[in-house]
Design a protein around this ligand. Sequence first.
Ligand code: NAD
Length: 476
Amino acid sequence: MEQITHVIDGEDVASESGATFASVDPFTQQAYADVALGGRVEVDRAVAAARRAFDEGPWPRMGYAERGALLHRLADLVLEHSDELAMADTVDMGKPITDARTKDVPRTAQNFRFFADHARLSAGEALPMDSGHHAYSLFQPAGVVAAISPWNFPLMLESWKVAPALVWGNTVVLKPAEDTPRSATLLARLAVEAGLPSGVLNVVHGFGPDSAGAALTEHRGVDRITFTGESGTGRVIGRAAAAHLTPVSFELGGKGANLVFDDADLDNAVSWSIKAIFTNAGQVCLAGSRLFVQRGVYDEFLARFVAAAEALRMGDPKDPATELGPLASEEHWKKVSGYLDEVAAGGSGRMVTGGPADGWFVRPTVVVDAPLDARVVCEEVFGPVVTIHPFDTEEEGVRTANDSPYGLNAMVFTENLSRAHRVSAALRAGTVWVNCFFIRDLRAPFGGVGDSGVGREGGSFSREFFTEPKAVVMQV
Ligand code: NAD
């Protein structure tokens, strides 16, 4: 059985008590690794190591170019170990290996490269004042950052937090999701190999409540908490952070609305809408899980969409041809299947295609005629399940799309330029994609409205969160 350790102060370490938990491959449904189970003791050690590296080590005192060069080196190593890292996430959560290789791993390297360059090239503001004084800003590292990540894009989302935290001079304790421990340990080892000083990037494994997650977010020695996960967990972490007034950045759940207008390029709309809900078996915070189609193209769109959904290749995630793997765990499969059982029982719409399958698989599922207050329409299913609804007017489409406590992202498909701008402005969402999906500029703000998050990350938004911006005012 493979052993997955914590990485604390540059060393692979087991838990003091020797406790472990199993990591399960969702395709074989077999445990493949023993993972060190961290708690308060390991979190204390990791936070102390991170604090030492921050207070006494060279990291926060290095220039941006020097830190950036080390993070570029780490990006190089990530790409050199692409196969191993990709397979780690595939075995941990059933992500198709081709996606892990061609998307998650290169994006991880890109996150390190982007933030390394962004910090080096960022300018501060100088404000000549009418009084003759000059004010300017300094962006100083915040200290020890706690990063808590989910299981759906394990390595990629970890790098989205770790890279900006590190480049701005902080040290980090990362607690990966319990379902996906492997790539985080590999990343921390690569960081040591790249030359990051000991204690700069630490990884502690464990669960959330009464485990490593809670110990880390309740820790007095933590200066920032960056969390990605469920909205309910965000509320719990928010309460823990309030005890020490620790600033938080939350990227939470979503229930993305996808609006397809009569004047859309239907080939393009179908192709992106399929990706928006079935990529990663729908286990995507940004998934376009509520699809609203204008009545004039509803029947044609539905027919083409269902045909494309049925053509997706489901199977062993380690097979490069697979497009849809199993769901990440038995618990998650039961949750998603529960929504579909409810639909099958009647009153929550009609399944045109899909449904639970053998193993922990769920086939690409399309539900129509669901009332807008059905659970499958309102709640984050987090699986390959889309509800499709007709609408008549632009006003109705926007109003229905906005009728959700979530507001992470939305999509608009139209060839009408004015409508594209008008609807983008009217949608209640952190990101709106027009005639596309999932395209990211890492300088842009990323985050959610309402239950989808607190704060924004990306480019200078990450700088603001991971530093203590300071004003210096000089009499000249
Ligand atoms: P989750 O909230 O169950 O767990 C996320 C992390 O929080 C895990 O590491 C877990 O161990 C930890 N955790 C759980 N309880 C905790 C506690 N009390 N204290 C401290 N840590 C705790 O989420 P998940 O199931 O791993 O991920 C899926 C969710 O993440 C979905 O809701 C999805 O939409 C969301 N997500 C959001 C984004 C985004 O960018 N907004 C991206 C990916 C996933």
